[in-house]
Design a protein around this ligand. Sequence first.
Ligand code: ATP
Ligand code: MG
Length: 349
Amino acid sequence: MNVNIACLEGDGIGPEIMASAIEVLNTIAEIFYHQFTFSHNLFGGHAIDETGTALPNETLQNCLAADAVLLAAVGGPKWDHGVERPESGLLRLRKELNLFANIRPVDVYDELINYSPLKSDRVKDVSFVVVRELTGGIYFSEPRFHTENEATDTLSYSREEIERIVEYAFSLAKTRKGKLTSVDKANVLESSKLWRKIVNEMNKKHPEVEVEHVLVDAAAMEIIRNPRRFDVIVTENLFGDILSDEASMITGSLGMLPSASRSGNGPSLYEPIHGSAPDIAGLNKANPIAMLKSVSMMLRDFNLHEESKSIESAIVKTFNNGYLTSDLGGDTTTTEFTKHVNSYIEAFA
Ligand code: ATP
Ligand code: MG
């Protein structure tokens, strides 16, 4: 299969984990006889330094023309106070590609339970997916402004925006355990009242899915108290951002969780949920698992199921053999970890 991938390595640990991803993709291409073509594009802080904008037009055009976009991480203290922010490039890219559905699987590896801050059997066998609305809500709605003495953000959703993300979540729930948890703040927020109403309406179309509504503050507690109760969580942009970072920690490290962002037409974007980790950038210490699992999600979307599984199983073999990066208490470097994953993929085929 020929796949044209737009790579955005970005900032911080971005280049290190992107190198890991490309190495693994090259191994897969060789073993399974595929042709993966990579374009390397300026994006984020480095793009600001070189071009003045976080999302140069050439990068955007390459992303629009690609079969998939692979993104590592953007941002860092160097650009925190500039007029143009790396993160604004990411928001623009999501909007331009119309990536309204952000899928964040949270799977706890039983072998790593001791590295979860919870260190508890409560996280054993935890497997759920956060479906986060990504192109609407408080991150985008107008008006938004601040002056010296006042600041305003707006949280607005249209019926159409809610329906398409909720429809996506119902479809996903049907392929899993058939349970959908809709997270909102319907006791306070108007947007949440519409959200809840639409979820209930759509449940009539998908009666085989069991729906529960949970307020966001209760959901934050439940992720710690009883994460096994969840199968698919659907929620708006800001709540999804916060809950998925929280959920990542029960797996042991922010460096574990991948994501896919989809539009339904046009290329999807795959990226780890963590940020650019400037504190460990350039030290060969980054955990590449979230990035490699993002690659695995990409391959699954191209119906390359064996290829996708070969990455997942190589990751498990690597840490089962005691190779852990420093965020999980080990001393395996990014490049060593990647080397082991590659050798297990070769053995898998
Ligand atoms: P953003 O604002 O982009 O979401 P953040 O403020 O959430 O970023 P991160 O850059 O994700 O912060 O890093 C938070 C902490 O987690 C840092 O200490 C970082 O070193 C660690 N971390 C994040 N990703 C990884 C990784 N892949 N491997 C090891 N440590 C990581
Ligand atoms: Mg963050």
